[in-house]
Design a protein around this ligand. Structure first.
Ligand code: ADP
Ligand code: MG
Length: 462
């Protein structure tokens, strides 16, 4: 593999130094392929799997052209969901840290209009949002897109799936014709090409093959009967005991059924699928990422775009008939330099899909036996953390430090017993080591946080 340092690109020194601070020492494949073209100002259709660093690719492109002393919306990024928009905004803010005063504004549905309008009046350089809400602002005349130089359609395939085509058309017409348009997606380039032809000018198409590093990710296949699938998942979890597992099913119904069966056996398992409300989805993802939930059972679409740092294992509860989807699933484990484990359950009628996988990866897959897998001695797999929900958040001026202080003050908990703290508008989630949970609850509910008493309760993935 060739190493491509960011310093190969004509970027300002301050931006390069900031990338070093973020520990982005070299470009990912998609960045190395797309950034030279992006910096030249070309339109692009870029396809690469989740977790490949697409945000920084367009983020660096946006910042390269941006003039911080000019107060106008110079870049617009459209994302399919609020959650992805938040993720993109956070990454853009990290990338923009090298310069003072670059304002990134997130505009999504589900939030009140008025504060968004006030923020727009205040001025922003980059807007990240969902198509419906941006369209609303255009309709009300509260957003001026006439200075946009860079328009990004992120997770474009999913936006098309979600039926946003009309909104996007409207938004594109509100942007200047002279602009750069960058389209990013994880799959299905063909549909996207058709749907977006009108938005792009002579685009270059780039694609990073969804091939993953076979040396780092261990793939194991197991024969199962259709009926034995869910039991096999439990067997694998008890044997390998990964701290965090993403288990993929083809349908929402199967996701819910499997998560419920696992919970009944004492696993901390939750299901993630398309039709959840945003609040439920937020909570599930918080519990999974703070290690209060050890198994997330998800459909492919629902898991798309999520930036999940470290996954001990991926389980393919069924083999996907789409080989790229399979490769994409497997690639979610073993990110960065970590070793990955991908376990696939295959019923007799799915053998034909395994053949396709073997053709794709140009070599046979390895088969293993379920029967000899016994649970490693000790308890059944349990998540190491539990989550305390506090009924107070940003609106109450709570910050993670306040909660940390309240927990560790007055001979309280030691810091290593406290995990992630996620502060939302009205609520906060605090991850605590299972064995310190009671003490933490007592400490917080008997004492106070910043002189105030907040209601709180434990939420569980069981
Ligand atoms: P995608 O949009 O392709 O799914 P993201 O943009 O969310 O991927 O990036 C996935 C993760 O990789 C993020 O946590 C991001 O901070 C990190 N990342 C991006 N570029 C680099 C890089 N060049 N070196 C190291 N980490 C990177
Ligand atoms: Mg992305």
């Amino acid at each position: 593999m060739t190493v491509s340092p960011f310093s190969d690109l004509p970027l300002p020194q301050a931006l390069l130094s900031n990338l070093e601070l973020l520990a982005y020492h070299e470009m990912t494949d998609i960045q190395a392929k797309s950034l030279p073209l992006i910096l030249e100002g070309r339109d692009l259709i870029a396809q690469a799997k989740t977790g490949s660093g697409k945000t920084a690719a367009f983020g660096i492109g946006i910042l390269f052209k941006l003039n911080p002393t000019y107060f106008a919306i110079q870049a617009l990024v459209l994302c399919p969901t609020r959650e992805l928009a938040d993720q993109v905004s956070n990454e853009l803010r990290r990338l923009a840290r090298f310069a003072d005063n670059i304002k990134v504004l997130t505009l999504c549905g589900g939030a009140p209009m008025r504060p968004q309008i006030a923020s727009l009046e205040h001025g922003a350089h980059i807007v990240v949002g969902t198509p419906g809400r941006i369209r609303d602002h255009i309709g009300r005349g509260t957003i001026d897109l006439s200075h946009v130089q860079t328009l990004v359609l992120d997770e474009a395939d999913r936006m098309v799936d979600m039926g946003f085509h009309e909104e996007i058309s409207g938004i594109v017409s509100a942007c200047p014709t002279r602009r750069q348009t960058l389209l990013f997606s994880a799959t299905y380039a063909e549909d996207i090409r058709k749907a977006s032809a009108a938005f792009l000018q002579n685009p270059t198409e780039i694609k990073v093959e969804a091939q993953h590093d076979g040396a780092r990710i261990e793939q194991r296949f197991y024969d199962v009967s259709d009926k034995g699938r869910n039991a096999a998942v439990a067997q694998l979890l008890n044997h390998y005991k990964p701290v965090s597992t993403l288990a993929f099913c083809n349908t929402k119904i199967h996701c819910r059924e499997l998560a419920a069966e696992l919970r009944a056996q004492g696993f901390s398992a939750l299901a993630l699928y398309g039709e959840l409300e945003q609040k439920e989805r937020d909570e599930i993802l918080v519990l999974f990422s703070n290690q209060s939930c050890s198994v997330l059972v998800a459909t492919d679409v629902a898991a798309r775009g999520l930036d999940i740092q470290s996954l001990g294992a991926v389980i393919n509860v069924d083999v996907s008939k789409d080989t790229e989807v399979h490769i994409h699933r497997v690639g979610r484990t073993g990110r960065g330099q970590e070793k990955g484990l991908a376990l696939s359950l295959c019923a007799p009628n799915e053998k034909k899909w395994v053949k396709l996988i073997e053709q794709y990866q140009k070599g046979p897959v390895q088969w293993f036996d379920l029967a000899p897998l016994e649970a490693a001695p000790g308890q059944a797999l349990q998540a190491p953390m539990v989550t305390l929900l506090i009924m107070g958040g940003k609106k109450d001026k709570l910050r993670p430090g306040d909660i940390l202080g309240a927990l560790t003050g007055d001979a309280g908990l030691s810091k290593d017993k406290i995990g992630k703290i996620n502060v939302f508008e009205f609520i906060t989630y605090v991850a605590l080591h299972r064995d310190s949970a009671k003490q933490a609850y007592a400490q917080l509910s008997e004492g106070n946080i910043k002189g105030r008493n907040f209601k709180m309760r434990f939420i569980a993935a069981t």
